[in-house]
Ligand binder design. Structure first.
Ligand SMILES: Nc1ncnc2c1ncn2[C@@H]1O[C@H](COP(=O)(O)OP(=O)(O)OP(=O)(O)O)[C@@H](O)[C@H]1O
Length: 259
C-alpha cells in the first residue's frame, strides 16, 4: 500500500475520511467568514495525521466538518464510503457513535465513574458489549491497568487523557479526531499521550487526525497538513519539530504563502 499521495481525494479504500471541494461559511453578506475555502483532502487509513496552521485558519472547522459535528456550506464529506450529507440526524448520530472516536482538550470524563467505567461508557450507552481481547489490548497499550478502579480525581492529567484516548479507541472506530489533546498537559504528560496515540496507529492500525498548535506534538504524526485562510497550503511527510516550526514561521511573515 502506497502513501505517496495521501492527500489525493480519490479512491475509497485507503482513505478513512475525505472532503471534496468543501466550503464552510459563517454569517452572511458583509459579515461572511469563509472558514474553509474549497478544501479537498483525504485522511489516509492507519496513519497519524496532524492539522496545523495559524489561529483562525480553519483547523477546528475542518475537523468538525469531517466528523459530522458541523454541516458544510458546499462540497462533500465522506467517512469511509458514507457521504455525511445523505444521512438524516439519526443516522449521522449513529455513524458518529459507531465509526468515530473523539479526544478533546478537556478530558470530559465522568467524575463519579472509575477509569474502566469511563472507558466503556460509550459502548454501555450504545448497548454494545466490548470485545474483551481488544479492550485488554487498549488498556495495556495505554498503560492503565493499575489505575482501572481509580476515579478521574485520583489520576494525573496525563492519565486522565490516556483514559479519554482509551475510551475513544475501545470501540475500534474507523477514525479518531483529537482536538488539541495535549493542550492542557505539561510536556511530560503530553509526550506520554502522544506516544500512546502514535503506538495505537503503529501497533493497532488506528487512524488518527489531530489538530495541534505545537510543532513538537505534530512531530509524532506521520503527516502534517498545513492550513492557512481556510485552504490547505502545504503537507509534510515524516515531520520533525524543527521542520514544522520552520514551516510555521513562514505563516507569520506577511506575503509569504507557499504554493
Ligand atoms: N461559529 C462561528 N461563527 C462565526 N465564525 C466562526 C465560527 N466558528 C469559527 N469561525 C471563524 O472561522 C474561522 C476559522 O475558525 P477555526 O476555529 O476553524 O480556526 P482554527 O484554525 O481552529 O483556530 P484556533 O487555532 O484559534 O483554534 C475563524 O475566522 C473563526 O473566527
Amino acid at each position: 500500500m502506497s502513501h505517496a499521495a495521501p492527500y489525493a481525494a480519490s479512491g475509497g479504500g485507503e482513505l478513512a475520511a475525505r472532503v471534496e471541494n468543501v466550503t464552510k461559511s459563517y454569517g452572511m453578506g458583509d459579515a461572511e467568514v469563509r472558514a474553509l475555502d474549497n478544501v479537498t483532502a483525504g485522511i489516509p487509513r492507519g496513519r497519524f495525521t496532524a492539522i496545523m496552521g495559524p489561529s483562525g485558519s480553519g483547523k477546528s472547522t475542518l475537523m468538525h466538518c469531517m466528523a459530522g459535528l458541523d454541516a458544510v456550506t458546499s462540497g462533500t464529506v465522506f467517512v469511509g464510503d458514507v457521504e455525511l450529507s445523505r444521512l438524516d440526524d439519526k443516522r449521522l448520530t449513529r455513524l458518529r457513535r459507531d465509526k468515530i472516536g473523539f479526544v478533546f482538550q478537556a478530558f470530559n470524563l465522568v467524575p463519579t465513574l472509575t477509569a474502566l467505567e469511563n472507558i466503556t461508557l460509550p459502548m454501555d450507552i450504545a448497548g454494545r458489549k466490548p470485545d474483551q481481547a481488544w479492550l485488554d489490548n487498549v488498556i495495556d497499550t495505554v498503560g492503565l491497568r493499575p489505575r482501572l478502579k481509580h476515579r478521574p480525581s485520583e489520576l494525573s492529567g496525563g492519565q486522565q487523557q490516556r483514559v479519554a484516548c482509551a475510551r475513544a479507541l475501545a470501540s475500534r472506530p474507523e477514525i479518531i479526531f483529537a482536538d488539541e489533546p495535549t493542550g492542557n498537559l505539561d510536556s511530560r504528560s503530553g509526550a506520554e499521550v502522544l506516544s500512546f496515540l502514535r503506538s495505537s496507529v503503529r501497533e493497532m492500525g488506528q487512524t488518527i487526525v489531530m489538530v495541534t498548535h505545537d510543532p513538537a506534538a505534530a512531530a509524532y504524526a506521520d503527516e502534517v497538513m498545513f492550513l492557512q485562510d481556510g485552504r490547505i497550503v502545504d503537507t509534510m511527510t515524516g515531520p520533525t519539530a524543527e521542520k514544522v516550526l520552520e514551516r510555521m514561521k513562514g505563516f507569520e511573515l506577511p506575503g509569504v504563502v507557499s504554493q
